[in-house]
Ligand binder design. Structure first.
Ligand SMILES: *Cc1c(COP(=O)(O)O)cnc(C)c1O
Length: 358
C-alpha cells in the first residue's frame, strides 16, 4: 500500500518534456539550463534532465546543489539565486557558476575561491523591467570591469529574469537590450560573453516564435519541463505532458452535507469570512491534506470533482459522483504553487517512477 499524501513523479514524462524543449530550442541556437529547484534538487530528476540533453543544471538553493553533489552528480551546476554572503564558501565549493547582482558578494566569492584553490564562474544578472533581481543596465559595464579584476573569478556571461515578480513578458525590446549589452561588454573589454541567459519558462513563447534571437543562447527552464506549460498564460505546451507530477491524497470523510453553514459567520482559520450560496445538499469529501502540504487553489481533480477549500490539514471537495468513499484516493494536477508546497512538506512522500531505458 502506497502512503498518502504522495507526489508521483513520472521520469519518462519529464524526460519527454525536457527532450522536446531541448530539441525545439536547439533549432534556435539556445541551450537549456535544467532548473531543479521546484523538485528540491531531486537527483533522479536531475539525471533525467541531463539524459534529455540539458547543458547544465540550475538551482536556487545551495542546499539542493550540495545534495545533488553528494549523490555523485558531476554535471555543471549554476546557483541561479544570488548567493548569500554567509554561504559564499559553500557556493564556490559546490556550484561551478552563480548568478550575481552585488559586487560585494562577488568579492567574497573571489576570496573563498582563492582559499579553496579553485575558480568560480559568475553570470551577472541584469534588471530589464520585472524588478526582481538584476543590476541596472547603466551599472553593468562597471560591474563587469570589477568582476574581471577579481582573482579566481571567471566572468561567464549575463542573464536576465522576467515575468517572476511583475509579470513582464520577454519581448523583442528587452531581449534586444540583453544582446546589445553582451556586445557592448565584448567591445569594451575584449572578452567573450559565453552565456547570454534570456530567462525562464516565460521566455519560451518568444524564443520559439521565430523572433530575432540575437545573442541569447540559454534559457533556464523549470516549470515548463516539470508541468508542461508556459508561464505567461499557463497554457499547456504543444506535445508536452502536464501530468508528469501528480498529487494523490486520501479521503477521510465522505458525507451528504448542506452547502450553507448554520450559525453566525465570523472569520475562519485563515482570517477569511466566507460568503456561501445555498446550493442545497452536496456530496462532500474531506482529504487528509491541507494548506500545510499544498496550495488548495492550485489543485485540479478529474471532471466532476471540485476543490472547495482547505484548512491546515483538511482539503474539502465536492463531487458529482458518489465514489469518494472513505479510504479511496483522489489524484490532482498541480500548478507551480501547489507543486513547490507539496515538495517541501515533510508529510508528502515522493514516489519516483523509473524511466524505461531510452
Ligand atoms: C526559478 C527560476 C528559473 C526557472 O523558472 P521557471 O519558471 O520554473 O522556468 C529561472 N531563473 C531564475 C533566476 C529563477 O529563479
Amino acid at each position: 500500500m502506497m502512503s498518502a499524501p504522495r507526489l508521483v513523479i513520472d521520469l519518462e514524462k519529464i524526460y519527454h518534456n525536457a527532450h522536446t524543449l531541448v530539441d525545439r530550442l536547439a533549432q534556435r541556437g539556445i541551450s537549456v539550463t535544467g532548473v531543479t529547484k521546484a523538485a528540491l534538487g531531486c537527483t533522479e530528476i536531475a539525471a533525467t534532465l541531463l539524459e534529455a540533453g540539458v547543458t547544465r543544471l540550475g538551482d536556487s538553493r545551495i542546499e539542493n546543489i550540495e545534495s545533488m553533489r553528494i549523490c555523485q552528480q558531476t554535471a555543471p551546476m549554476t546557483l541561479i539565486r544570488s548567493p548569500m554572503l554567509s554561504q559564499a564558501q559553500r557556493v564556490v565549493r559546490f556550484a561551478d557558476v552563480s548568478c550575481n547582482t552585488e559586487i560585494d558578494v562577488i568579492r567574497r566569492l573571489s576570496l573563498e575561491a582563492q582559499r579553496a584553490g579553485c575558480n568560480h564562474g559568475v553570470v551577472l544578472m541584469v534588471e530589464l523591467g520585472d524588478l526582481r533581481e538584476g543590476i541596472m543596465p547603466d551599472d553593468l559595464l562597471g560591474c563587469v570591469y570589477e568582476t574581471l579584476s577579481l582573482p579566481n573569478i571567471d566572468f561567464k556571461g549575463i542573464g536576465t529574469n522576467l515575468a517572476c515578480r511583475s509579470g513582464v513578458a520577454p519581448d523583442a525590446r528587452n531581449m534586444a537590450m540583453l544582446t546589445e549589452l553582451a556586445e557592448r561588454i565584448e567591445t569594451t573589454f575584449g572578452v567573450r560573453v559565453d552565456i547570454v541567459s534570456g530567462g525562464n519558462s516565460a521566455n519560451l513563447q518568444w524564443a520559439l516564435s521565430g523572433a530575432e534571437i540575437g545573442r541569447i543562447n540559454d534559457l533556464r527552464l523549470g516549470e515548463a519541463i516539470l508541468l508542461g506549460c508556459e508561464t505567461l498564460h499557463r497554457q499547456p505546451l504543444d506535445g508536452l505532458h502536464t501530468d508528469a507530477i501528480t498529487l494523490t491524497a486520501e479521503v477521510i470523510e465522505a458525507k451528504l452535507k448542506p452547502t450553507l453553514p448554520s450559525g453566525q459567520i465570523n472569520q475562519n482559520a485563515f482570517g477569511e469570512t466566507p460568503v456561501v450560496a445555498d446550493r442545497g445538499q452536496v456530496t462532500q469529501a474531506i482529504l487528509a491534506i491541507g494548506r500545510q502540504d499544498t496550495d488548495p487553489d492550485g489543485l485540479q481533480a478529474a471532471a466532476g470533482i471540485e476543490v472547495m477549500g482547505g484548512s491546515s490539514d483538511h482539503l474539502i471537495l465536492e463531487s458529482e459522483h458518489d465514489d469518494l468513499s472513505v479510504g479511496s484516493e483522489v489524484t490532482f494536477l498541480l500548478n507551480y504553487s501547489a507543486l513547490v508546497r507539496s515538495m517541501t512538506s515533510p508529510y508528502v512522500t515522493r514516489v519516483v517512477m523509473p524511466a524505461l531505458d531510452q
